[in-house]
Each structure stands twice: as structure tokens, then as C-alpha cells.
Design a protein around this ligand. Sequence first.
Ligand code: MN
Length: 236
Amino acid sequence: MNQRSRLMTRVLCSCFAALLLVLASAAPAWAQYALPPLPYPAEALEPAIDATTMTIHHDRHHAAYVANLNGQIKANPQLAKLSLDDLQGQISRFPLAVRNNGGGHWNHTQFWAVMAPAGEGGAPSPELLAAIEASFGSLETMQTRFSQAAAARFGSGWAWLIRTEDGGLAVTSTANQDNPLMDLPEIERGTPLLGLDVWEHAYYLNYQNRRPDYITAWWDLVNWNEVNRRYAAAAA
Ligand code: MN
């Protein structure tokens, strides 16, 4: 490459960088919510959840909830003043598209966080275990009730372990992308500690109609360290 073409290359690169800057600053101010990266490689949860399912679930499904939620900000400008957490508790003020996509963003953000590669998720803390035993009798009973709630959810939705306002723990289930933080009459409300996605997009490639097998395999992926952290924060 001669000196002149090197110079041309540098000029072109500078122009391209300037163009990128202009484009970035011209992005709409309401593009506020962001897709968090997976906290582990897509294949890290195999064999319980395969890499293709994880990639499609995160890069397409979760990304679509974020994009659609951002698309609602212009029509619902009060959204721009709310954190994703705070939005859940005021969801009744908003149209269904905000409920579906705002719930979808919150639910999936917690879903990636409460999973870890098998063997790396730790165990329930003494405090969490005591609370589970007080409310359910044993960890196994809680897991059985949770798995039943996940299997029995008709159509698409989530199963949850929550801390209720009285300080006890409960297992509940929500439809679609609803969650226990939402101020809706059909919701059993509480602070989610652990939520499992039972939409078919979460398991169908590997398990087809065998949702119970997905639920059983999923318990090996629970990131108890994160569940412990959520319980401690909720109980504080
Ligand atoms: Mn999902």
C-alpha cells in the first residue's frame, strides 16, 4: 500500500467513525431499556438446555420484548421515568403491550440470572432453607409444589417461588409474561425469588411436548447463590 492509499484509508476510517457517532447520537432518546448479555456462554447450560434454544431464546425472544417495550415509550412517555422494577408494580396503568413486553423483559432478565451451569449454583443459604422449611416443611416439598405449578400452567407462563408480604414463602404461577410484582387482581403478589419459564420456546427444540422432563432437568441449573441474594434483599 502506498502512502496515498494509506492516507485515503485513514480518511475513510475517520469518516466512518464520525458517521457512527452521528448515528448513535441521533438514536431516539426513548430507546431506554437494554438487553442484558447472557451471564454465561449459550452452551453452558447443556445438556439440560441446549445452546440453540438459549441463543434463540435470548437473542430473539428476549430481544424482541426489549425492542417492543422501547417501542411503547413514545406513546407512554411516563415509561421513560420508571425503572424496569418499578414498572412492574404499576403495570395496571399501562396498555397490554407494555404489560406483555415489560413483563417479558423483567422475567427473562431474572431467568438468566437464576440459572448457572450445573454444579456451579451453590445451595440454599441457611436463612433461605429455614424459610423454605417453615413454609413448606422441606426443600423437596417446595420443589415438588413448584414443579407441579410449572407443569400445570396451561399454555404459556411462569412458575415462581415468592416471598409474600407477611414474610412467608409461596409457590405461584402466572400466565403469559405476567409476574408476581404486577399490580393486577389476578396475581398472587410477592417478591420473586426464583422463576421458571414454561413457554414452549424455552424447551420445545429439545423436549417437544415433554415439559415435565424440562422442569426436572432445570432444577440442576438453579443458581441458588442468586436466589439467596434475592431472598436476603427481600427480607431486609
Ligand atoms: Mn421465554
